[in-house]
Ligand binder design. Sequence first.
Ligand SMILES: *[C@@H]1O[C@H](CO)[C@@H](O)[C@H](O)[C@H]1NC(C)=O
Ligand SMILES: *[C@@H]1O[C@H](CO)[C@@H](O)[C@H](O)[C@H]1NC(C)=O
Ligand SMILES: *[C@@H]1O[C@H](CO)[C@@H](O)[C@H](O)[C@H]1NC(C)=O
Length: 147
Amino acid sequence: MEKMICRILLLIILTSCVSGSFVVNVTQTSYQAEENHNITLEWTFTIIDDMSLISVLCYQKIEEKIVVLYNFVHYFEVSESQDEKFSGRVQSDKDALREGRLRLQLSRLRTDDSGLYVCAVFTNYSSGSAKCEVKVTAAADQLRDRL
Ligand SMILES: *[C@@H]1O[C@H](CO)[C@@H](O)[C@H](O)[C@H]1NC(C)=O
Ligand SMILES: *[C@@H]1O[C@H](CO)[C@@H](O)[C@H](O)[C@H]1NC(C)=O
Ligand SMILES: *[C@@H]1O[C@H](CO)[C@@H](O)[C@H](O)[C@H]1NC(C)=O
């Protein structure tokens, strides 16, 4: 419950104090992988030297629901806001953030990881976001294709 409240507060804070637009791109608009394999999702954004300005929120969007994949707030990764579904399966490259690259490796893929992923990058003054599509095929499908 507490975690839920934190998450909601976080979303409100992140979305309310933001006006201007900030460039965020995806390096790939769609990814395809097999169940249990890994993928690395990648976004790029305008380089900002002062990390105290940057926050990032990446989530899987399931209908109107937001399932948090990754959260970074002014220097720190906030693992508490990550959804249990992704717990222990996301590896980030914090150093890449300084170079305007957001790289998230998602391991042990599940078929329900399929869907739309959005990363929003916030500075103290602006924000932007970009999305990509992930398709995870069941290992059983692969097996069937081979037969
Ligand atoms: C984002 O994409 C646009 C259009 O392809 C490109 O001009 C711009 O340099 C990119 N910016 C970043 C930060 O990746
Ligand atoms: C950006 O906002 C955070 C949180 O309010 C603050 O700690 C930080 O100093 C700000 N950075 C700048 C450069 O204004
Ligand atoms: C997938 O990622 C995990 C954790 O980072 C790693 O231990 C494993 O070797 C990776 N597997 C493949 C097939 O790359």
